[in-house]
Design a protein around this ligand. Structure first.
Ligand SMILES: Nc1nc2c(ncn2[C@@H]2O[C@H](COP(=O)(O)OP(=O)(O)O)[C@@H](O)[C@H]2O)c(=O)[nH]1
Ligand SMILES: [Mg+2]
Length: 326
């Protein structure tokens, strides 16, 4: 057992041991996994936790008859983003409009019972969006919380023609119960359970309808200090390019390109990293041995001298081109 596990870990472990249903057990394990520090000393233990989660998930899926694939969707592309909101706000329409997936869109609520992923293209990267069942108390599935916690960010869809401020209140209350926070307001729920802070963007949909513009301004005023609000019409395709860019910006990721000496970089195949990543992080992404072997790199782009030599702790910017020297 590695040292340095925080006390919350042992509290989560206790909840796991006392849990009866596979769902509660999974929740306990997910918490333990989230709390555990990420380093070499915990690699083994983290792998073990993930294996136990996978096994219990299969069990729970068999019991509830839900396909495992619809509960825990493997991340693909540069990031995984969950699309959430109340019934009939246009979540499925949005996923259908900006990804390659085609979830059912219908005018009656609760059409979406499981989660469906689709890939959205933004310039030279792909971002995975997941259409989810509505965040209404009667339809919240036990696996939704895990899915939202796992996701890199959330897109909160509200219907601009249907009291969007009240919808936001509803949604943040539901998220609060799951101990998930988007931007502001601290949760008042069970303080023993860790709070997950998530990046989020508010999408005001149905901009084509009558009261939409006025409600959009009210939403913007309400959230101007905490969250970005984008108004779109998923159905008519209004402002979808702006939305894609806003999603990319919210994710706080950067794209870096590698090149061999004397050659041109391949701009179709970026390395995607968290903002603030170093040259060493980029090298590790190319090959796990490269981070160790790296001597220096030459760098081009974003206001630098062309071909400048930089060391492993150099912080990279979006669009940088690097030539690794081992
Ligand atoms: N006017 C208008 N209707 C929309 C828009 N997006 C979705 N809808 C309609 O809203 C209803 C619910 O859409 P859906 O995507 O199934 O909502 P979900 O329950 O959030 O997945 C359907 O009748 C859609 O045609 C939009 O941008 N404008
Ligand atoms: Mg739907």
């Amino acid at each position: 057992m590695p040292a340095n596990l925080p006390p919350q870990y042992f509290e989560a472990e206790k909840r796991f041991r006392l849990a009866k249903s596979p769902e509660e057990k999974i929740a306990g394990l997910e918490e333990m996994l989230a709390i555990m520090p990420k380093h070499k000393g915990t690699d083994h233990l983290r792998a073990e936790l993930r294996a136990r989660i996978a096994k219990l998930t299969q069990l729970a899926a068999k019991k509830s008859g839900v396909r495992r694939a619809s509960m825990l969707i493997e991340k693909e592309g540069a990031a995984q983003v969950a699309v959430i909101g109340l019934p009939n706000t246009g979540k499925s329409q949005l996923v259908a409009s900006i990804t390659n997936a085609s979830p059912t869109v219908a005018e009656y609520p609760f059409t979406t019972h499981s989660a469906m992923p689709g890939m959205m293209e933004f310039e030279n990267i792909q971002i995975q969006l997941i259409d989810t069942p509505p965040l209404a108390p009667q339809s919240i599935e036990w696996w939704l919380r895990h899915m939202l916690i796992r996701a890199d960010a959330l897109l909160v869809v509200v219907d601009l023609n249907d009291a969007p401020l009240a919808q936001m209140e509803d949604i943040t209350a539901q998220l609060d119960k799951m101990r998930i926070s988007i931007g502001e307001k601290q949760s008042e729920g069970n303080l023993d359970i860790p709070l997950y802070q998530k990046k989020a963007l508010i999408i005001g949909n149905k901009l084509d309808l009558d009261n939409a513009r006025r409600n959009y301004i009210a939403l913007q005023n309400r959230y101007e200090n905490s969250l970005t609000v984008i108004a779109i019409s998923a159905k008519e395709g209004t402002s979808l390019e702006e939305l894609k860019r806003a999603i990319y910006q919210m994710l706080d990721i950067i794209r870096v390109y590698t090149k061999a000496p004397g050659e041109k970089p391949d701009f179709t195949d970026p390395i995607v990293l968290e903002r603030g990543s170093t040259l060493e992080d980029a090298a590790a992404d190319v090959h796990k041995d490269f981070a160790r072997k790296l001597k220096y790199a030459r760098i081009w782009g974003s206001g630098k001298h062309d071909g400048l030599m930089v060391k492993r702790d150099h912080i990279l910017q979006d669009g940088d081109i690097i030539e690794l020297h081992l």
